[in-house]
Write a protein that binds this ligand. Structure first.
Ligand code: BTN
Length: 322
């Protein structure tokens, strides 16, 4: 364990109290100047460490650091996030993860950033990604399935995220096909899966997740403030991004490693969390507009819409709930 992790262990063990500089020096066998240098290094990584000459050092309450170190210290997984690439800012975590996947990084590698300059949404849209309040991350997966079943990664991840938001924050979210997480018809999170595959084999899947975490409605740009919300708005309290990220990765890993992508139950779980089955919808896809009742989702993740004249099978598109 490196010295900065040991300093954090000591400060975390004395949360709510101060830890004297002398105690840190003695325990770590370091000079005061060396302790100070490491504290400064941790502050540069984003840790809010307070100091007062007569008291020593302590961790500020409620600080929400995202960094490789903070994530690795918090995670309890055996595959997802074992390797973390953290950026203060990047173009798009999906773009970075795609490049890393092509270089052959291990399955489970997690790319996380504080802010994206070209965050990508579905259907070529932009994903607004301001710094300091939300989660933007991508996971590199190498599932041993045929390309036709790769979309099950997104289904499984949206089930895991909805389950965590319900269990940990009591937010009754629903999933809107294909993979928007909604609270009372306002979008709280979105998933974007990109893959490279041969005819019968997936080389890699990049699962990108964007979650509005502590984004106050008043800070959202006008174009989305009436259609988006955030976890903190829905839960009515500030939320630790680190906890949310860790809970999601643990939940998703349990499903991914536990049942595997071929588990038939996952589409049933998705159906039970859907907020649109049985509702009238309008779908725009490839220049076509289909209107009808969203009846079901098949085992390949396609939406079955009853138009009154028959059943349409929709595999991609933009859904409006009417
Ligand atoms: C959607 O349109 O609902 C999907 C949004 C996905 C956004 C996430 S943020 C992290 C990852 N990197 C990206 O550029 N996009 C995804």
């Amino acid at each position: 364990m490196d010295l900065r992790d040991r300093i954090l262990d000591i400060l975390e063990a004395s949360r709510g109290r101060h830890c004297s500089g002398e105690k840190l020096c003695k325990t770590l066998n370091l000079s005061r100047a060396a302790v100070w240098k490491h504290i400064e290094g941790l502050r540069d990584e984003g840790y809010a460490i307070e100091a007062a000459p007569s008291k020593g050092y302590w961790l500020a309450e409620g600080s929400d650091v995202l960094s490789s170190r903070a994530i690795s210290r918090r995670l309890n997984t055996c595959l997802l996030g074992k390797e973390v690439r953290f950026f203060r800012e990047t173009t798009s975590t999906n773009a970075v993860a795609t490049a890393l996947a092509a270089e052959g990084v291990p399955e489970g590698t997690l790319v996380v950033t504080e802010a994206q300059t070209s965050g990508k949404g579905r259907l070529g849209r932009q994903w607004l990604s301001p710094a300091g309040c939300n989660l933007y991350f991508s996971l590199i997966l190498r599932p041993p399935v045929s390309p036709r079943r790769a979309h099950l990664v997104t289904i499984m991840a949206s089930v895991a995220l909805a389950a965590v938001l319900r269990r940990e924050y009591g937010i009754p979210v629903g999933i809107k096909w294909p993979n928007d997480i909604l609270m009372k018809d306002r979008k709280l999170a979105g998933l974007l899966t990109e893959l490279k595959a041969e005819t019968d084999r997936v080389e890699y899947v990049v699962l990108g997740v964007g979650i509005n975490v502590n984004w106050a409605a008043g800070d959202m740009p006008k174009e989305i403030s009436s259609i988006a919300t955030s976890v903190s708005e829905a839960a009515m309290h500030a939320v630790s991004r680190l906890d949310l990220l860790a809970w999601f990765l643990e939940e998703f890993e349990n499903l991914y490693l536990g049942h595997g992508l071929e588990s038939p139950g996952i589409v049933d779980d998705w159906r039970s969390l859907s907020c649109m089955l049985g509702r009238t919808v309008r779908i725009r896809a490839f220049g076509r507009v289909v209107e009808g009742v969203a009846e079901n989702v098949d085992d390949e993740g396609r939406l079955l819409v009853n138009t009154g004249k028959g059943i349409e099978l929709i595999s991609a598109g933009d859904v409006e709930i009417l």
